[in-house]
Write a protein that binds this ligand. Structure first.
Ligand code: FEO
Length: 392
């Protein structure tokens, strides 16, 4: 148990080893599952629990707690809720404080008796005596049932996944802002980017709170929270940048020649470009690039008459993440024919983009293909200029 404020203690777990979340998301720096104990003059509340793999660690941290009145469950995903049943067994008097949607999800996911729940509406408060918890519904950070808690007397916001970052660290509070900025952006990109408009509303709702500290459920605590809230506003609401994200795969080098030529042509026209070789890339890095990209170009060879499966995966991912990008194109090489462009185009219905003429070539790219790539670079640079996309 570690002190956060006079009445708040951290009772979480640092998971230095974890490298994958949801069997999908890379965690290059591990993560934490933060749970917080808030002691008022009359009642005690536990805010979230930890991943069930670490249940025993949390229960050991709670050894010195004689009575627990409430478990606030901000979010039903098991990395935060998975130890609730065991905590309820240890503290038979405790009740689980949730949104109505979270109650339904938790009952779907784990054995918790219905009478153990207290459902709270948006703006409801719960007194712990001299401390007051205010619950603010914040859907889609990261599931639809999510809420956050504001501890008014201490000006602390307990934000669960919102503002979180996957970093395992020995320090409880943020020291290296650059490192946390990158990890928090990665986290936003991977799970929250598709819900930007709802998140913008959530940020507006928080404007009523005087927030001196943000205590998320992953990563370090923000002792100075203004910059992370400003970063979220930028990621959610700012126009895209003068940047092309270029995920690609190449089998025998032809598509790679095209990608490299296009990258140089873009760069020569003042457009920043980021290449992601899908055979080796960290998809978290690709997702982060998509937060800012004004355009996306897929570099894709044709395999078995369709797009290379890694490029299809990238298209599926981009469609799911719904980035802000306004322009899209496809470049790549084929051997004898196929429906690569048609197949990929059918995979991205969520992207509200203008599709610029694809550049495909048979075999190794020759002069006419390189000239077509130059024209594509010219078209992208002109579109970015017209749209007013600024450099990062
Ligand atoms: Fe950290 Fe969406 O759970």
């Amino acid at each position: 148990m570690r002190k956060v404020t006079d009445c708040v203690s951290w009772v979480g777990v640092t998971d230095w080893d974890r490298r994958l979340f949801d069997s999908l998301i890379p965690l290059p720096d591990g993560t934490t599952y933060n749970a917080y104990l808030v002691r008022g003059s009359e009642k005690t509340a536990l805010l979230d629990t930890v991943d069930p793999d670490f249940s025993e660690t949390l229960l050991a941290a709670l050894d010195s707690v004689a009575r627990l009145d409430y478990i606030v469950s901000h979010h039903a995903e098991q990395d935060h809720s998975g130890t609730i049943p065991l905590v309820l067994s240890r503290f038979p008097e405790a009740r689980v404080v949730v949104t109505a949607k979270a109650k339904g999800l938790l009952m779907d996911l784990m054995p918790i008796a219905e009478e153990r729940f207290i459902v709270v509406n948006d703006g409801d408060t719960l007194s712990l005596g001299d401390k007051t918890l205010r619950f603010i519904h914040t859907p889609w950070v990261h599931w639809p049932e999510t809420m956050v808690t504001y501890l008014a007397e201490d000006k602390v916001l307990f934000s669960c996944d919102f503002f979180g970052s996957h970093i395992a660290a020995s320090e409880l509070f943020v020291r290296d802002q650059c490192r946390v900025h990158e990890a928090a952006k990665r986290y936003f990109a991977e799970i929250m980017m598709p819900f930007r408009s709802v998140i913008a509303k959530n940020l507006e709702k928080l404007a009523d709170c005087d927030i001196a500290m943000i205590a998320p459920s992953h990563g370090q605590i923000y002792g100075e929270p203004t910059w992370i809230m400003e970063s979220y506003r930028e990621w959610v609401s700012a126009p895209p940048k003068n940047l092309v994200t270029l995920p690609f795969v190449s089998m025998h080098g032809s598509t790679r020649i095209m990608v490299d030529h296009l990258a140089e042509a873009l760069s020569g026209r003042g457009v920043e470009v980021e290449l992601y070789n899908l055979a080796v890339t960290d998809i978290g890095k690709l997702a982060m690039s998509l937060v800012d990209a004004g355009s996306v170009v897929l570099g894709v060879p044709t395999v078995l008459a369709g797009p290379h499966p890694l490029a299809a995966y990238a298209a599926f991912l981009a469609n799911a993440l719904r980035p802000k990008a306004r322009f899209l194109s496809i470049v790549g090489s084929y051997g004898w024919g196929g429906k690569t462009v048609e197949t990929l185009a059918g995979m991205i219905p969520n992207l509200k983009v203008e599709v610029l003429d694809p550049v495909l070539c048979k075999g190794v790219p020759r002069q006419e293909t390189l000239a077509a790539l130059d024209r594509l670079a010219e078209a992208i640079a002109a579109r970015h200029l017209e749209a007013g996309f600024e450099n990062r």
